[in-house]
Design a protein. Sequence first.
Length: 243
Amino acid sequence: LSFQLNTAELRALDNVREAFSGMNETLDSGKQRESFMKNNKTPTDIMNIMDITMRRLVKMSKKLPAFNELSNEGKFALLKGGMVEMLTVRGVTRYDASSNSWKTPVVPDQYNVPVSMFDQLNMDCRDEQKHRFMQFVSALHEDLRKNELAISLIMLIVLFSHRDNVNSPNDRILIDKHHRDYSALLFRYLESLYGEDARKFQEILPRALELLHVISDHSITLFMGTVKTEEAEPLPREFFKTD
Ligand SMILES: C[C@H](CCC[C@H](C)C(=O)O)[C@H]1CC[C@H]2[C@@H]3CC=C4C=C(O)CC[C@]4(C)[C@H]3CC[C@]12C
């Protein structure tokens, strides 16, 4: 039984790689770079750093043929519903256990973001959220965490899982279809790498995505009362209330 990918699957994977190709571009200028270079990053700095990832995820979605089939209302609803989940998945891939920080090719290593930044956030939920994030890191199997293409497919499965916020019947049909297609493509890709062993991912992924949903649902007030609103970028403030 060959697990070899067929040409349609290989082309679909190339489309995914292409859509995500801008995620790791180095950051050259602007306010965000300053936020990265500060030794003691404040919650406002974290917001301006998240702005970079969020903007790149929006740009990624616009490069996806599947996403562009949707109405503008449908596109907005998916990004609204899936942004924090995709951000969190990004956080797992950038998480460096030895330094307990997020490292990124976007800036030189010394400008990493310490996970201890959670300790400056809203005391009502910062400890639970930090704990949930660490749980999610271990819930995503090493083989998945270290595989950029698998992570990209997981982000797309997450993005196309928010059809409940969408009203148009045509959008809902398309979203369900792409959710099924990206899920199938991920498992075919994993089969092409691990053969029969890929079955283990069929069990662990749904549980990890359930935890991801809980993280996202509890993130909204995490930065509440800790950010200088006028100094923070507007996009992250659409997902994390600041006052
Ligand atoms: C991945 C990112 C660092 C690298 C940023 C860089 C532009 C890149 O994308 O490579 C870190 C910085 C702040 C982190 C969030 C902070 C609070 C969070 C609060 C939660 O509840 C979940 C996780 C998040 C969203 C963190 C995800 C990873 C982020 C975006």
